[in-house]
Design a protein around this ligand. Structure first.
Ligand SMILES: [Ca+2]
Length: 337
């Protein structure tokens, strides 16, 4: 009997060890919106992913608000050792930026993330020496390349590449939620008398950084609005993704359900960042098209990207066909555990 237990225990140790060494190292940059939180829950619960750091960018929420949200989420998930980096606050704010702050960060941090009165880790308790360049400096010491996932405006990542260009070699690929090609954007922009509805929010908020990143030469997968619009968030989908907390009442599941309820279904509702992280961890759930893309010459043109005939930036891969049911199923299976 003892022998059997020993053999069984050895198997478990080996299995845990193998899954640990095979886990893909990932750094996440987020603007801490509703769908960002769901995407983080999915990655936290994914045993194939080792989150090396989370950096916070200005976007649908601001850096300081986002820091509270992410630090509370990590505390609830018992992952307090994951470095959280407060990113650059100096986003070049468009005139109408405030109009596009859809989410309600205070409601999220004060209510939804207050399960059992978990508190945010105050800034001084977390290691303020963290920065994206120092995190990558440390990661350079290991052989394995990092997958970078960008779920908000690309301010932090552009800064990282500019400050430490040699770090590019450490990045296997970047999965970016951003941009729109052949579809209407998700915001309206008025600049110099020109009205545009073609821009996507993340690129619109910091087009110069987006341009820098997609021209960086790092392999990039772009999950544009063209792709995410293929998977609208319907009432039925919300029901499918809602976890039966009577059977599985982990705090992250409760948060998943509350965020989905808060987001609601209907026109303009999508799980942009969830789709991005599910694909980043399961690229086979979509097909891709290699393109050459760049920004229109006028970077103030609301962050509109164009497919170019001439090779300007990196060769990017954009999502073409996407399997909606598999995306949702994969998300649900990973978090319902
Ligand atoms: Ca986001």
């Amino acid at each position: 009997m003892i022998k059997k237990i020993l053999i069984f225990t050895s198997f478990i140790i080996i299995a845990v060890f193998v899954s640990y060494i095979q886990a893909t190292p990932m750094v996440i940059d987020t603007d801490s919106g509703y769908d960002d939180i769901l995407a983080l829950i999915y990655l936290i619960k994914n045993p194939n992913i080792k989150i090396k750091a989370i950096s916070i960018t200005n976007g649908v929420t601001l850096v300081d608000e986002g820091y509270v949200i992410v630090s509370k989420l990590l505390t609830i998930a018992k992952k307090i050792n994951t470095p959280i980096i407060k990113g650059n606050r100096l986003i070049p704010e468009p005139d109408n930026y405030k109009l596009y702050r859809f989410d309600n960060p205070k409601k999220v941090s004060d209510s939804i993330l207050n399960i059992n009165e978990f508190r945010a880790i105050p800034a001084e308790e977390n290691n303020q020496a963290y920065s994206l360049p120092t995190i990558f400096e440390n990661l350079l010491k290991n052989d394995k390349k990092i997958i970078l996932v960008a779920l908000g405006p690309l301010t932090n990542i552009a800064e990282l590449i500019s400050k430490k260009p040699y770090i590019k070699e450490k990045i296997k690929e970047i999965w970016i939620m951003g941009g729109a090609f052949n579809t209407k954007g998700n915001m309206e922009c008025f600049r110099e008398g020109v009205r545009s509805t073609t821009a996507e929010l993340n690129f619109f908020l910091d087009p110069k950084s987006a341009d820098k990143v997609i021209s960086s030469g790092i392999p990039i997968f772009l999950v544009t609005l063209d792709a995410t619009k293929k998977i609208p968030l319907s009432k039925e989908k919300i029901e499918i993704l809602t976890i039966d907390t009577k059977k599985n009442s982990s705090p992250l599941n409760v948060i998943n359900n509350k965020i989905l309820k808060l987001m609601g279904s209907g026109e303009g509702k999508y799980l942009w960042d969830v789709i991005t992280v599910v694909l980043a961890t399961n690229p086979r759930l979509a097909t891709y098209r290699a393109i050459s893309a760049g920004f229109s010459d006028d970077l103030n043109n609301c962050g509109v990207i164009k497919i170019q005939k001439q090779m300007k930036g990196s060769v990017l891969k954009t999502v073409e066909k996407i399997n909606a049911d598999s995306i949702y199923k994969t998300y649900f299976n990973k978090i319902n555990r």
